[in-house]
Write a protein that binds this ligand. Structure first.
Ligand SMILES: Nc1ncnc2c1ncn2[C@@H]1O[C@H](COP(=O)(O)OP(=O)(O)OP(=O)(O)O)[C@@H](O)[C@H]1O
Ligand SMILES: [Mg+2]
Length: 249
């Protein structure tokens, strides 16, 4: 069953720049998709159509069969998005308030909000910092907070745009472990990365965008071989004839 169905999706920015051209794509429920492509390929633009943050020039995105634009609130609830820039996502005065911002807008009972936020902060290891100002967190902690804010809303699909940027080895492993655990629990995962090395072992599909179009799409071990043709670095292990190993070992 496809949780996401994209048909004929094109996007044009206000200045006339074409961000996406005729994207057709279906994503199966529970899959772990890696999206790659050079700077400006249209990755973030595509992701922002999944919950209606951008409006298509043409085409439709359907979530469980329902067009995104028919019910934006439903789309935002179903698809949680961790943006490329974690700093820009900070909205609360405390770590707790920040993570609670999403659930507060879902009209849930107070108890459910408190429980869900506490569980999310616990999952990302920030429960002890709940009363701190989010602005004082390190870059990696801010990223974890952004993820907690999305987790707290219990979305069916989690989209992460460059979740590993600026993270140290341990930070990458922590975020990756959370992503993998969510996937195991049934959440559909879409991760956008420049460095395939960090996630490829866990993905079941690799999609490469180039100039607003899908350039390659399929099983990671096959598609990765074409990566360099589209400006995406071939992982060293693959270059040496091997396979990408998990960073969680
Ligand atoms: N608000 C905007 N107005 C005009 N053009 C834009 C706007 N936002 C993005 N673009 C252009 O659309 C294209 C796709 O941008 P997008 O941010 O989707 O790329 P990306 O694949 O996410 O790149 P990166 O790897 O750098 O994050 C780029 O050429 C970009 O310059
Ligand atoms: Mg981007």
């Amino acid at each position: 069953m496809n949780i996401i169905e994209i048909s004929g999706l094109s996007h044009s920015y206000a200045d006339g720049h074409i961000g996406l051209q005729q994207i057709n794509l279906t994503i199966a429920r529970g899959s772990f998709v890696v999206l790659a492509g050079a700077n400006g390929a249209g990755k973030s633009t595509l992701l922002k159509h999944l919950n209606g943050l951008l409006k298509p020039l043409a085409g439709t995105v359907r979530l469980n069969g329902v067009p995104v634009e028919d019910d934006l609130l439903r789309a935002r609830r179903m698809v949680g998005m961790v943006f490329q820039d974690a700093d820009s996502q900070i909205v609360g005065e405390t770590v707790y308030d920040d993570a609670a911002f999403g659930p507060e807008n879902l009209n849930w009972p107070r108890e459910k909000i408190t429980e869900s936020v506490a569980a999310a902060l616990d999952l990302v290891g920030l429960e002890a910092m709940a009363e701190r100002s989010p602005h004082l967190l390190s870059g990696g902690e801010k990223r974890r907070l952004a993820i907690a804010g999305v987790l707290a809303m219990q979305p069916e699909v989690i989209v992460l745009d460059e979740p590993f940027a600026n993270l140290d080895y341990d930070g990458v492993r922590q975020i990756l472990a959370q992503i993998v655990a969510l996937h195991k629990a049934g959440t559909t995962i879409i991760v956008c990365v420049h460095d395939l090395e960090k996630v490829l072992a866990h993905a079941d599909r690799l999609i490469i965008l180039q100039e607003g179009r899908i350039a390659a799409d399929g099983p990671p071990h096959q598609v990765v071989l074409e990566a360099e043709a589209y400006g995406v670095r071939l992982p060293a292990a693959v270059r040496l004839g091997g396979v990408v190993e998990s960073w969680l070992r």
